[in-house]
Ligand binder design. Structure first.
Ligand code: NCD
Length: 349
């Protein structure tokens, strides 16, 4: 492992090794008490977080390592106008791994260009969130042993939901014979570039709007919240909020062994009357998130990263996405992928 910007940065071998390590840590946690003694993790959270930050920090502590960082960028030099580039150069001189969450899409990739230690993306705007995917897959493989042949429903805000984006990418890269039901209102559908990517990889996708009509055939229901903070028009959020609410009574139509996952936080999309149902595993999922992050931090500590660049561009910006990191940090080199999409945020143009 080098930097982890999205789930697809890992090779299949690295991917499966992480889950093997996760299982070993779950059963022999004591053996790992000093595994990262003397190492330090920086946790740079430019956006609110509960589970991701706490679980990363707890993971590092449980491995015997140290942690520094912030959860409010207003307390750092970012508030004085320091660039992400300067922060990356400096912080990676203090830390052995940098975990970063940022409201702008592509921020982790931008940071990784200048960092001299592994950068782990803890969520970059509405783009991706690979360590939540590790958490989701660890939960499913631990509880069910396999994913092949499963019918997985992802429900809610599929347009802005970064956890869904990374999960779907991982499903097409690492698993075969998985069927995915995309359950969302028409205005919150999965971005078309991701849909194309899934179809090209041969993932069987079904786009539907009705949760009640679909729940009965699913093996896994992955609920997500409507991402209020990503809406440009607040009235649009008001119109769409509360569109899906899973209740104990709706769950009666589901298979007896269907699992309900949620990256959390929930707002109103899962009624608390679901919590006592044995199929509701979202709190266990959050706990497994710490153990898989322990596996990830260990792996990151074993792999060197490429020499960072100090490139500082002064040319015109090419990406037109207003929430792309290149809109906020204008010195970034204009990078595009083979399909011509902006490499930072993967938006067209
Ligand atoms: C998710 C996130 O931040 O994208 N939360 C998390 O990391 N567990 C999901 C969300 O905020 O809806």
């Amino acid at each position: 492992m080098r930097h982890l910007i999205d789930s697809t940065d890992l090779t299949p071998q690295e991917w499966y090794d992480l889950y093997a390590r996760f299982e070993d840590i779950l059963t022999h946690a004591g053996d790992y008490r000093d595994a990262l003694q003397g190492r330090t993790m920086a946790s740079l959270f430019y956006e609110p977080s509960t589970r991701t930050r706490f679980s990363f920090e707890a993971a590092m502590h449980r491995l015997g390592g140290g942690v520094f960082g912030f959860s409010d960028p207003n307390t750092t030099s970012a508030a004085k106008g320091e660039t992400l580039r300067d922060t990356a150069i400096m912080v990676s001189g203090y830390a052995d791994a940098v975990v970063c969450r940022h409201p702008r899409e592509g921020a982790a990739l931008a940071l990784s260009l200048y960092a001299s230690c592994p950068v782990i993306n803890a969520g970059d705007g509405g783009h991706c969130h690979p360590t939540q995917t590790l958490t989701d897959i660890a939960t499913l493989t631990h509880l069910r042993g396999r994913l092949d042949g499963m019918k997985i429903g992802v429900c809610g805000d599929l347009k802005h939901g970064r956890t869904v984006h990374s999960l779907l990418r991982a499903l097409c890269r690492f698993y075969r014979n998985v069927q995915v039901y995309l359950i969302s209102p028409p205005d919150l559908r999965l971005p078309s570039h991701l849909k194309k990517e899934m179809e090209k990889a041969g993932l069987r996708l079904y786009e539907v709007t009705n949760l009640e009509a679909t729940i009965g055939i699913l093996d896994v229901l992955y609920m997500t919240r409507i991402q209020k903070e990503r809406f440009i028009d607040p009235l649009e959020y008001e119109r769409l909020k509360g569109v899906y609410v899973l209740t104990a009574s709706k769950l009666r139509a589901a298979k007896p062994d269907m699992l309900v996952l949620h990256p959390l936080p929930r707002v109103d999309e899962i009624h608390p009357d679901v919590d006592d149902d044995p199929r509701a595993v979202y709190f266990e999922q959050a706990k497994y998130g710490m153990f898989i992050r322990m596996a990830l931090l260990l792996t990151a500590s074993e792999t060197p990263v490429a020499t960072p660049s100090r490139r500082y561009e002064t040319g015109a910006r090419v990406c037109q996405n207003p929430v792309c990191i290149t809109a906020g940090e204008c010195y970034l080199p204009p990078l595009t992928n083979a399909g011509g999409l902006c490499l930072y945020c993967e938006h067209e143009g």
